[in-house]
Design a protein. Structure first.
Length: 884
């Protein structure tokens, strides 16, 4: 006689349910999954009056499917479905009231929507916790999952998780707020096992009869007799089962037999809660009685006499298990009772525990905010950000102490995510964040102050963006590692904390004749010269305040002459800034270069000149003053100097990425620059040199152009170092001969030996040698070679007419030979023994740019940007010493 309590599917029937007048659906969420929002959404489902909406707003992934098997037999909400071919976990995100009990119901029907005839199986999650497995291979006609659950946050995540090869799908999703004080459990949520009303019918009852839209399925057995009433039955208790449900009941036909419902538990350990609803719906004679006991879980209840036309709901406060998995629910007539027992409706639930805490709600809101701000559409960025761990969002990591503690987000890595805009304010609310990586994106704007206030942060990487402004002081605290290279507009020095006065409007400047500009420059120069002595007189420490800059800008050139806040330092300040000359970053014959820090954060290179080299303070001072006004993106700028007695020091901006020689040699694991990148560096170095020659008044001759003096700054921008000073100081590294006052052997203009005069064309010669080095990667003076000097060697090799024997073998033939030839010709013309036949630097710049364009067009044809790829491989070179 054992019968299983089958769950009849609600859609099977087409029997009519008359709709009472439209009732309040407040708080209801009714989603017709897969319904395109453009296709009549929302609509009122005619049988229930429920208003269904498209699910598009609540999920970011998935596709629309339409049932193929007899679609007309299905209610409209089941005709479309959403399926998820991409990603492992796909989640709905719904806003509901936290702490309130909700009925959550989802329906799944495959119906061969994809024509493949493979019923899928997958898992269903509620937030971070597994809810149930949906197996449509067994439930071929579709199945539903339903639970009574109290969400712990205002956002409810319902996730479909792929567990095999089949594609998860969902047909409808419905959420109904419930009363708080019903269906109370010791722990866990109530997963629906069955909700039946006892009537011999194929009709189901739900909204609007049931104000909570519980679905009641009719259920009847042949050994029962149905009784019913047309009179109204009161349903007013907390559970409010529909009056419709209470209008019928079953009694055992054999009045002395018990009323029995049996089923087999799918899991022996399942814990059950039963809610038994009955009402006396027969007019009883005065001499007749109905009294029975409920027998469940081996226990017999006190005798129960149903109330006339009024609801009674009985349940136990504790869950029960079924012995051996055999569940047996009985109503037994007592000795006194004349009438058999009666049952109107029964609800059976099993307990589902959700042990894993959701991620801290504030963190979730914050990261959702960030996701929205940057319009991140990573497929893994759905559902709970941290848990379960196997579905943690890409680029996140969290503290996971134990299941009962809400995880916190400790790591956010949006590196190379193509994000734009400013640094999201939402980050501020990730209060446990330790590591933040926003590198390699297109972020703009300033570095926000709040990052400095996030005390948990120990690492920030904002490299390779386009941030500007200055770095907040608070970000320089101990214990926080900040990486910010590759933001060319980001100010690192204290000087830029002040707003710069606007340069003269370019349009106006451009319209003024260049003669006028020159006059302005000369006047300014004259004024500064005159003012100098006054400043020099006040030698006690740095000026108390930083004087505003004066900018004279040429139209569309980077030429500018700036009287800045550069300054003179005392020796004790130099001692301080170098931390007592602690870190040597370079050494030459007449100087040692130390790493230093200005204002506590601006990195500088401090070149301390040996005392023996002193050749008159006045001349030193005059040259320094001149050089401090030289400003160009491709020149290492002089920040200040110290001239106190014998102590002479020059303070330069710190250039972090080593020198060109190092990058050509590929020593120390540095990868070799590509041909295109070499041309880029050559153009930049040439621009710096051109500026010294034609942008400065009077023109400045570098005197020591060589590969070790071409330094690489942020984003590997080339910067010429050590220019101009050699007139009064031997700053060249290799020369120990005090009578040689300029240049480095091999780079020195051969005409100098005849004329003892250095000119701009001498710099052009040296630059030609640099170009030859970049092309060949041969030493300038190669003792073991047939031809010792590089110009002779190249000339010798050129006779073969084969450029590949000349080009640096490290390039592995990866260059445009046209651009290589042109660069080689240019280099040889620069290195012409006769200065008159050498081009000017302006000409060199033009020619190099042409080579670069030619090489770049090859690169874009090949769709393969070697230069940038190589740059990204060698960024970690901050610690290379600055060249002497
Ligand atoms: C349900 O209970 C929670 C917590 O006990 C409370 O915050 C919430 O307001 C209650 N909701 C209703 C509808 O009673
Ligand atoms: C599915 O529905 C068909 C037709 O309604 C029925 O014959 C079949 O038994 C059902 N299968 C299951 C597993 O309920
Ligand atoms: C009616 O039920 C009683 C008790 O279960 C049983 O002894 C009796 O045989 C049943 N009568 C019939 C006709 O089945
Ligand atoms: C109950 O009372 C009615 C009359 O009031 C009588 O016909 C019936 O036989 C009685 N039934 C029993 C079981 O005593
Ligand atoms: C009911 O009958 C059973 C035996 O049939 C007996 O053991 C029990 O004491 C009776 N109970 C009452 C309340 O008369
Ligand atoms: C996340 O952090 C834990 C411990 O802090 C570490 O073991 C794990 O490797 C991290 N996972 C990822 C993906 O970074
Ligand atoms: C961030 O992720 C990238 C790869 O996507 C990785 O290279 C980088 O090391 C990560 N950053 C940190 C700080 O872990
Ligand atoms: C941060 O959280 C607070 C409340 O916890 C909220 O008021 C604020 O809007 C949040 N800020 C951002 C940028 O999300
Ligand atoms: C910072 O990010 C850049 C770009 O993604 C990367 O190359 C660099 O190694 C990172 N720095 C550190 C210290 O992780
Ligand atoms: C930044 O944006 C530019 C153009 O808008 C694009 O070419 C470049 O690839 C972007 N860079 C990154 C790292 O996304």
């Amino acid at each position: 006689m054992e019968r299983s309590l089958t769950l009849l599917l609600m859609f099977i029937t087409l029997a009519t349910i008359h709709i009472v007048q439209a009732q309040d659906q407040q708080g209801f969420i009714s989603l017709d999954c897969g319904l395109p929002a453009t296709e009549r959404s929302p609509y009122d489902e005619p049988k229930t009056g429920l208003r269904f909406y498209s699910d598009e707003k609540f999920i970011q992934s998935g596709k629309t499917g339409r049932v193929r098997v007899n679609p007309d037999e299905y209610l409209k909400p089941y005709q479309t479905l959403r399926y998820f071919p991409d990603g492992i976990r796909n989640c709905y995100n719904l806003n509901i009231e936290k702490g309130r009990k909700h009925l959550i119901r989802a329906f799944f029907s495959y119906r061969n929507y994809d024509g493949l005839d493979i019923n899928p199986t997958f898992d269903l999650y509620l937030g971070p916790n597994m809810w149930t497995t949906i197996d449509l291979q067994i439930q071929v006609n579709g199945t539903r999952a339903e639970i009574l659950h109290i969400p712990t946050s205002n956002s409810l995540q319902i996730c479909l998780v792929k567990t095999g090869t089949t594609t998860p799908l969902i047909s409808t999703l419905e959420i109904r707020p419930m009363g708080n004080d019903t269906y109370i459990t010791k722990s866990g949520s109530l997963n629906l096992f069955g909700r039946i009303y006892l009537r011999d019918s194929d009709k189901y009852i739900r909204y609007p009869s049931d104000i909570y839209d519980r679905v009641w399925t009719s259920y009847f057995m042949k050994e029962w007799t149905q009784i019913s009433t047309t009179l109204e039955v009161s349903n007013s208790n907390k559970y409010v089962p529909p009056k419709d449900v209470l209008a019928t009941a079953a009694t055992p036909t054999n009045s002395s037999a018990p009323l029995t419902i049996q089923w087999r538990s799918s899991n022996v350990n399942d814990q059950y809660y039963l809610y038994v609803h009955f009402a006396e719906i027969q007019e009883l004679q005065t001499n007749s009685t109905r009294e029975f006991n409920v027998v469940w879980d081996g226990e017999t209840s006190d005798p129960i006499i149903p109330t006339k036309f009024n609801i009674d709901t009985i349940y136990r406060r504790f869950p029960s298990t079924c012995k051996g998995g055999e569940c047996n629910f009985q109503l037994r007539r007592t000795n006194r009772s004349i009438l058999p027992p009666l049952l109107n409706a029964l609800e059976v639930y099993t307990v589902t525990e959700f042990p894993q805490s959701e991620t801290n709600e504030k963190d979730v809101i914050a990261v959702q905010n960030i996701k929205a701000t940057y319009e991140i559409s990573k497929i893994s960025w759905q559902g709970d950000p941290c848990v379960p761990q196997q579905f943690m969002w890409d680029g996140l990591n969290c503290s996971n102490t134990d299941m009962a503690t809400p995880p916190r987000i400790t790591y956010l890595n949006l590196s190379s995510s193509g994000i734009t805009g400013t640094i999201a304010a939402g980050i501020k609310n990730l209060t446990q964040l330790k590591i933040l990586d926003l590198s390699n994106n297109n972020l703009t704007g300033e570095v926000p102050e709040f990052l400095g206030d996030m005390t948990s942060l120990v690492f920030i990487n904002i490299s390779w963006n386009d941030l500007n402004g200055s770095i907040p002081e608070a970000l320089r605290r101990k214990g926080l590692n900040l990486f910010h290279q590759g933001n060319p507009r980001l100010c690192l020095s204290g000087s830029c904390l002040q707003p710069k006065p606007k340069p003269f409007p370019v349009a106006i400047v451009a319209s003024v004749a260049s003669v006028a500009i020159i006059i302005v420059v000369l006047v300014l120069l004259f004024v500064f010269r005159k003012k100098r002595p006054a400043t020099v007189g006040a030698l006690k420490g740095p000026p108390p305040s930083i004087s505003p800059a004066v900018n004279v800008t040429y139209a569309n050139s980077s030429v500018s002459l700036i009287q800045t806040n550069k300054r003179r330092f005392t020796y004790s300040e130099v001692t301080n800034m170098t931390n007592n000359f602690q870190r040597v970053v370079g050494e030459g014959g007449f100087s040692i270069v130390y790493h230093g820090t200005l204002n506590g954060y601006e990195q500088v290179a401090v070149k301390v000149l040996s005392q023996s080299s002193t050749q008159g303070y006045k001349q030193f001072k005059a040259e320094v003053d001149l050089l401090m006004r030289v400003h160009h993106a491709n020149l290492v700028s002089l920040v200040g100097y110290c001239g106190e007695g014998d102590h002479l020091a020059l303070i330069y901006e710190f250039v972090p990425n080593g020198d060109l020689r190092q990058h050509l040699s590929g020593k120390g694991g540095i990868s070799v620059f590509s041909w295109g990148f070499r041309l880029q560096i050559a153009v930049e170095a040439a621009l710096g040199l051109e500026y010294l020659h034609s942008g400065c008044i009077p023109p400045i001759i570098h005197r020591d152009v060589k590969t070790t003096n071409i330094l690489l700054g942020e984003q590997f921008k080339a910067k010429l170092a050590d220019f101009g000073l050699s007139r009064s100081f031997p700053v060249g590294g290799e020369s120990h001969v005090s009578t040689v006052i300029a240049g480095t052997p091999g780079y020195l203009d051969p005409e100098y030996y005849r004329t003892s005069r250095l000119t701009e064309k001498s710099d052009v010669y040296s630059f030609g040698i640099v170009l030859l080095e970049m092309i060949t990667n041969e030493p300038v003076i190669g003792q073991g070679r047939a031809k010792i000097h590089i110009t002779h060697w190249v000339g010798f090799e050129l006779n073969s007419g084969d450029i590949s024997s000349i080009m640096d073998p490290n390039l592995q033939g990866d260059y445009d030979s046209h651009s290589a030839w042109r660069a080689l010709e240019l280099a040889m013309s620069c290195a012409n023994p006769s200065s008159a036949r050498r081009p000017s630097m302006s000409r060199v710049v033009v020619k190099l740019k042409e080579c670069l364009v030619s090489e770049n067009s090859r690169m874009s044809r090949g769709m393969d940007s070697h230069s940038s790829a190589e740059v990204s491989m060698i960024i970690d070179t901050e610690m290379f010493p600055m060249a002497r």
